[in-house]
Write a protein that binds this ligand. Sequence first.
Ligand SMILES: Cc1cc2nc3c(=O)[nH]c(=O)nc-3n(C[C@H](O)[C@H](O)[C@H](O)COP(=O)(O)OP(=O)(O)OC[C@H]3O[C@@H](n4cnc5c(N)ncnc54)[C@H](O)[C@@H]3O)c2cc1C
Ligand code: SF4
Length: 491
Amino acid sequence: MGKVTGFLEFDRREMDYRPVKERLGDYKQVVQIASKELIETQASRCMDCGIPFCNDGCPLGNVIPDWNDLTYRGKWKDASARLHSTNNFPEFTGTVCPAPCEAACVLGINAPAVTIKNIELSIAFRGWEEGFIEPVMPTQQTGKKVAVVGSGPAGMAAAQQLCRAGYEVTLFEKNQKAGGLMRYGIPDFKCEKELVDRRVQQMIEEGVTFKTGVAVGVDFSVEDLKRDFDAVLLACGSEKPRDLPVEGRNLDGIHFAMDFLPQQNKRVSGEAFEEKELLATGKKVVVIGGGDTGSDCIGTSLRQGATSVTSLELMPAAPEGYTEQNRHASTPWPGWPKMPRSSSSHKEGGTIEYQVMTTRFEGEGGKVKRLYVKRVEFGAPDHLGRPSMKEVAGSGFVIEADLVLLAMGFVHPVHEGLVSDMKLVLDARGNVQANTNQFETSQPGVFAAGDVRRGQSLVVWALWEGREAARAIDIYLMGDKATLQSRDSYI
Ligand SMILES: Cc1cc2nc3c(=O)[nH]c(=O)nc-3n(C[C@H](O)[C@H](O)[C@H](O)COP(=O)(O)OP(=O)(O)OC[C@H]3O[C@@H](n4cnc5c(N)ncnc54)[C@H](O)[C@@H]3O)c2cc1C
Ligand code: SF4
């Protein structure tokens, strides 16, 4: 344990964010890395409580009390090694993870939780700055080849694990650059792309071959894939967006969020794109959907100079007044608490309308001009536990809009092409079917990990899936000689 009385002496202090006025003028990361001293003090608040629920709350099983203690003692290099034993890319999670670990922190029962996510980010940040993070070269070669399709966090984590275990790994990516949604979905103000670039470089130095600009199933056939590799891992994400098929949907100016966000990320990095340019500049923007994607659309629209940004959310606002210490009865500790949450983008401007449903779009000259919306209310759950929803009579109103961004999530992976060419069995939700032990699909030697398997989720889950699927492939190809470990063996 770090400082025995740390949690009694020091209050929780999170990293600061750059002032709103300043950050709206650029796309640089909004969070500011705190000083070494502040982070060491914050790490000393960890009680090393004996049964660290944070460790279980983290999908990766990050060994949080260990690296909190090492950080408090100033042993940053050791903290970095311990953190990397369970997480290939802690700066990814340190910037974008919702931190379920903090919701499960034992200190959080009666005091503000340890700032675990900030400490994780600092360890990774210092690791790069001080040169602790280096390529890890394989110590043996298996003589076997693995193809990974998709270079999001799941594919990158799996490829790095397999390469370090001695496989010849080729990572195929249809986009021009690697990183998946870390590169093209999540804006730079949440995670600057240099963080992805240096990990790609690290992997290249370790021996992973990146083939970008290659869509498997189009530029590289499924037959070639099966012939040239001993195993294939599909990590191609959940890219089919949820649509809103109401009257007027085909008007100009109504776009999926993922037609809008990648363009800005490409602009920031100087990457050219062929699609028609979409900009919020001088427009009344309406974002439909309130998750991470919706909030990224808000932050991006505000930076582009939208005249107004209105966000529409179907679900009710979380009840006011609830915090990690004062939890809603339905979400007791150590689960994820129901409480009002706002992203950095929500604090930058715009308005949010809760419990509204869009019933139709109306336009002029083929271009969207307004949305007709109604309030909804939720009643008792049905026999499947789903809350019943009904329109509130007479609650309709109109919202003016020149640009509508649909950010209502993703239904499942794209089936056309790779998934159907491989004749893969799908689960009830349309994701590629594979369990979380073998990760093998209905096709022998073909595995699946990340959003393509579990459906749209989080970066931290994608990393876990990539690591565990790599282990499953190692066992499939090497049997008793497999060297990769599962999450539980590190803890
Ligand atoms: C806008 C947005 C914001 C988000 N914000 C957050 C956040 O703040 N925090 C968080 O935890 N999660 C966030 N998420 C979710 C998170 O990004 C995903 O859960 C995660 O990236 C999934 O990782 P993945 O590797 O499974 O798939 P992806 O990251 O989707 O990567 C899949 C890759 O496969 C490639 N691919 C697909 N088909 C082929 C093919 N045939 N050939 C070659 N390549 C192919 C794709 O081009 C893509 O690069 C966000 C998602 C979006 C859309
Ligand atoms: S990956 Fe997420 S859940 Fe795990 S320690 Fe980091 S912030 Fe917490």
